[in-house]
Design a protein around this ligand. Structure first.
Ligand SMILES: O=C([O-])CC(=O)C(=O)O
Ligand SMILES: [Mg+2]
Length: 631
């Protein structure tokens, strides 16, 4: 095995490949130490900007990214969004003058090639808006969503600020490109469309050296890691290390929707192999060609990763688990939630967004949570995660024990209704839902028997809410609530059009992936997008800005309530149970404030004293992609 240091190659949000990954042949040889000529430049640059010579002993700090060029805490109103912003740029207000530099001052050719600082043709004047317009014009000319995705990824590599400006200013149009559904297709074809590595790959071959691999990453002050092992990418199954598109996409939303600065975000894919035969036989597959490691081998690698993360980035780095298969997802969350700041987006983020939609929907259909009956198709991470959060909220509202609240919630899995006679053979996360009932095999029979008011699809299997199922829901509910949450669009349990048509326009419908508005009998229905993208960016911001050290369920409830409160009468009239994404940064600030307030209340926040106005504070922390003036 070649040395780890020799495998480093830095590019912006750089892909760094680890020694065993297929990219490792690209740049061998030199260790990643800073050439001495650059060190001299670093000294000079600091003499120029600060008027005094940097002490020799601080050179290493500069190189390691530990030295702060701008003392943000004391000189800027911008708080933790940039408090550890080594180069001061992300944290600077739009009016502040900053020096664009990494180890050396970037200028001329190197400045143009550095995506973090590049402004394209806008170096002489502030022409960012024109560039956004031009890029949108180009992207709209592509007919194929995957081409748009590739153009966006290319832009992210070339000009980071422009990428985020474009995404923020056109969020409703661009979300389906950089996120579900297109990101799903991108992951499936990742090997073929691959041009530059994004994120950090850690494979089984790095066992024993994960700490060193993490240290290869160019940014040192990481606040959020999104990590996957690629075993359950959306509803598409095992995509091995081609799942990297998901952490990259999720973190793009952390920045665009939640204002966490890009340099604080680290996408990670753990490569333990894949059981996907097509990928194993695909000549363009980019990961380890072996079947998945499991059991102790898997657990040890993950444990080393979790320990290395804490060792490298400290207690307060948020680790978001994403798209792990059920068994690992539940085990990892249970194992690390007491010792690390961890959050599972598929279990907890999805739960929070769905609870928010239900709380909002009750304003239309009436009743409290406890007055309703819930039936799920799918009893994995999302299904049981949502069910548990609903039960928790119901129990808080009514003072009934959570065990009682659970009895109003039924789950169907691939073997039928989950009932007590199946208890022995059930996976542990399904056991709390095994209620007393006759066995029922099919969803349709379960719907007709349980007569739910709310039907939620989390099965990862498309088109399972058939005409008969939706018609049955509409036969005993004036306004049936139907949520088709599986992603991407191909896996959605039914389409928006089917839900509205088969319920004669009475369904309150939302889906995980976006659907266009539907005309039914002269009325336009706008389906909401029940996707955790509403929650995790603001949730993460709230955690970071309060310095929270653990995630607590009450913080998820707080996020859900904050989101539900954003749905207006105007939204309801269109059939929406979520606010439009175009206001998402404001919504995220609000969610962040509520999550932070809860963290303070629970004694989990370490940034003291608490800011007086948490919403304003959240806003002040948010990264803005506007070009800065370079001197
Ligand atoms: O990524 C999404 O769109 C939502 C999600 O977490 C999943 O489906 O796994
Ligand atoms: Mg997910």
């Amino acid at each position: 095995m070649m040395s780890l240091n020799s495998s480093i190659f830095l590019q912006n949000k750089a892909g760094i490949s680890s020694s065993s990954s297929p990219f490792s042949g690209r740049q061998r040889g030199s260790a990643p130490s800073v050439p001495s000529s650059l060190r001299v430049v670093a000294v000079n640059s600091n003499r120029d900007r600060n008027g005094s010579v940097l002490m020799e002993s601080t050179l290493k700090d500069v190189k390691d990214g530990a030295a702060s060029v701008i003392d943000v805490d004391s000189k800027s109103t911008v708080a933790p969004g940039g408090a550890h912003d080594v180069y001061g740029e992300d944290a600077a207000t739009e009016e502040q003058v900053v020096t664009p530099w990494f180890v050396s001052v970037a200028s001329g050719y190197s400045l143009l090639r550095d995506p973090h600082h590049n402004k394209g043709l806008a170096f002489s004047e502030k022409r960012e808006d024109v560039q956004v317009k031009k890029l949108m014009h180009i992207i709209r000319q592509y007919q194929v969503p995957l081409q748009k995705y590739m153009a966006m990824m290319d832009l992210q590599e070339r000009n980071e600020k422009l990428f985020y400006k474009l995404l923020i200013d056109n969020v409703e149009e661009m979300l389906p490109i950089v996120y579900t559904p297109t990101v799903g297709e991108a992951c499936q074809k990742y090997g073929s469309i691959f041009s530059r590595p994004q994120g950090l790959y850690i494979s089984l071959k790095e066992k024993g050296s994960i700490h060193e691999v993490l240290r290869n990453w160019p940014e040192k002050n990481i606040q959020v890691i999104v990590v996957t092992d690629g075993e359950r990418i959306l509803g598409l199954g095992d995509l091995g290390c081609q799942g990297m598109g998901i952490p990259v996409g999720k973190l793009a939303l952390y920045t665009a929707l939640g204002g966490v600065r890009p340099s604080a975000c680290l996408p990670v894919t753990i490569d333990v192999g894949t059981n996907n035969e097509n990928l194993l036989n695909d000549e363009f597959y980019i990961g380890l060609r072996q079947r998945r490691a499991t059991g102790q081998e898997y657990a040890e690698l993950m444990h080393e990763f979790m320990s290395a993360v804490k060792q490298t980035y400290g207690e307060k780095v948020l680790v978001q688990f994403e798209d792990f298969a059920n068994h690992n997802a539940f085990d990892l969350l249970a194992k690390y939630s007491a010792t690390h700041l961890v959050f599972n987006d598929d279990i907890q983020g999805t739960a929070s967004v769905v609870l928010a939609g239900l709380v909002a929907a009750l304003k239309v259909v009436g009743g409290t949570l406890a007055d309703h009956r819930f039936l799920f198709l799918g009893a994995g991470e999302a299904g049981t995660g949502i069910a548990e959060l609903i039960a928790l909220e119901m129990s808080k509202q009514t003072n009934m024990p959570v065990e009682e609240a659970r009895k109003k919630i039924w789950l169907v899995d691939s073997k039928g209704l989950i009932v007590s006679s199946r208890r022995e053979s059930l996976q542990h996360f399904k056991k709390p839902w095994a209620h007393e009932h006759e066995p029922i095999k099919t969803l349709l029979d379960a719907v007709n028997d349980i007569k739910p008011t709310v039907l939620i699809g989390t099965s990862g299997v498309g088109r399972t809410f058939t005409k008969e199922v939706v018609e049955a829901m509409a036969s005993f509910n004036e306004k049936p609530i139907i949520l088709s949450l599986s992603n991407p669009t191909s896996q959605s349990e039914c389409t928006a059009e089917e839900a509205y048509t088969w319920s004669q326009g009475r369904a309150i419908f939302a889906s995980g992936s976006p659907f266009a508005p539907v005309e039914y009998e002269g009325k336009t229905f706008v389906p909401g997008q029940a996707n955790n993208a509403y929650i995790f960016p603001g949730f993460g911001l709230g955690v970071i800005m309060s310095g929270a050290i653990r995630v607590h369920d009450d913080m998820l409830l707080a996020a859900a309530e904050a989101l539900a409160a954003q749905v207006t009468q105007e939204n309801f009239e269109k059939g929406l149970i979520y606010p439009p994404f175009k206001n998402i940064r404001q919504i995220s600030a609000d969610i962040a404030a509520k999550v932070a307030a809860k963290a303070y209340e629970l004694g989990l926040a370490t940034r003291l004293p608490p800011p007086k106005d948490l919403v304003k504070y959240a806003e002040s922390c948010m990264y803005s992609p506007a070009y800065r003036s370079y001197r």
